[in-house]
Design a protein around this ligand. Structure first.
Ligand code: FMN
Length: 334
């Protein structure tokens, strides 16, 4: 699949050289994973959604979510909330940080969020959504984007009119996840809706939902005319999704990138607290390889990052001495 003639994605004053970006993923898109994806070819990455109340009231855990690394820029921070005043205050706080863009979450389907009128509930209250966008835009010099869904349910598809409202309210680009609130993360994303939104607004539209490879993302762009694509779950354990070459077929070629991820975790995260999350990510690097279950089990059995790194280095050494990395029985020596 060939790359579109001009692959650059322009969002406000930002020009991203390639159109494939990393989605906000709560529990995953921390600075280490974002930098890994940037190195692998993602032209922009997002923080997980951050509560405007948490930021304004300086909750410790929330403030940590604002942490970014200079090398990962450009980076976007995603805010969620349903109060225009609080969202404006949070935008002002974010604007003092070394970040490049603010995204507003209007797509999260989680009950805890929706119950408070935030996330995808805002697609049912477009007037409130408009007030939130205007307030955020008024309190920042950064480009503001919004991430929406196709609509609330299959009989309530509102993405086109909602996107037109958002453009008039001041956003510089928007992401459409082609599922409804009712779908949650099940079923398939409807890329026809993404095409309709692209045709209805004059700002860049980023399509999102079910992208499984770089080629798949480019094909979706060509099919729908959208200006960029956002990858979520497909990037977990697979930062190679951001490059045309894709994920290597052998363990020995995957290990160096996994080691790099562990180094980035050590350097940028309170990794003791995040160990479970890091193991969860690391385990995904073995997908599709023979002996994957054993490899995962051995990593899960490690007590800390040092043990994980040492185990992987041993595997790498064995691979360097004898061609491909051993798996299965040899792996017991880990
Ligand atoms: C574990 C998980 C966490 C997510 N967290 C967020 C989030 O913080 N903000 C957001 O806008 N979307 C969030 N999403 C939705 C994704 O950004 C994306 O829209 C969705 O997964 C569809 O894309 P995909 O099929 O490429 O995964 C999350 C999805 C998952 C699976």
């Amino acid at each position: 699949m060939s790359i579109p003639d001009d692959p650059a994605l322009k969002i406000g004053h930002l020009t991203l050289p390639t159109p494939v970006i990393l989605a906000p993923l709560a529990g995953y898109t921390d600075p280490a994973f974002r930098l890994l994806c940037r190195k692998a070819g993602a032209s922009l990455c997002f923080s997980e959604m951050i509560s405007c109340h948490g930021l304004v009231y300086k909750q410790k855990n929330t403030e940590f979510l604002l942490k970014t690394l200079e090398e990962e820029r450009p980076v976007g921070i995603q805010l969620f909330g349903s109060d225009p005043v609080m969202m404006g205050k949070a935008a002002a706080i974010v604007s003092t940080c070394p970040v490049d863009l603010i995204d507003i979450n209007m797509g999260c389907p989680v009950r805890k969020v929706v119950k408070k009128g935030a996330g995808s509930a805002l697609m049912k209250t477009p007037e409130l959504a408009k007030a939130i966008i205007e307030s955020v835009c008024a309190h920042t010099h950064l480009p503001v984007t919004v991430k929406i869904r196709a609509g609330w349910a299959s009989d309530d598809i509102t993405a086109v009119s909602f996107a037109q409202m958002a453009e008039l309210a001041g956003v510089t680009a928007l992401t459409v996840h082609g599922r409804t609130w009712a779908q949650g993360f099940g079923g398939l994303a409807d890329w026809n809706i993404i095409r309709q939104v692209t045709e209805a607004v004059s700002i860049p539209v980023i399509g999102n939902g079910d992208i499984s490879s770089h080629a798949d993302g480019i094909e979706r762009m060509l099919q729908t005319g959208c200006h960029g694509v956002m990858v979520g779950r497909g990037a977990l354990g697979n930062p190679w999704i951001f490059s045309p070459e894709g994920r290597p077929a052998t363990l020995e070629k995957r290990i160096p990138v996994l080691l790099d991820y562990l180094d980035l975790c050590r350097a940028s995260l309170p990794w003791e607290r995040y160990l479970f999350r890091i193991k969860n990510q690391a385990g995904r690097y073995f997908s599709g390889l023979p002996g994957a279950a054993k490899l995962r089990a051995a990593l899960y059995g490690c007590d800390d990052l040092q043990q994980m790194t040492a185990a992987l280095r041993r595997l790498e050494d064995q691979g360097n001495q004898g061609g491909t990395c051993p798996v299965g029985s040899t792996f017991n020596h880990l």
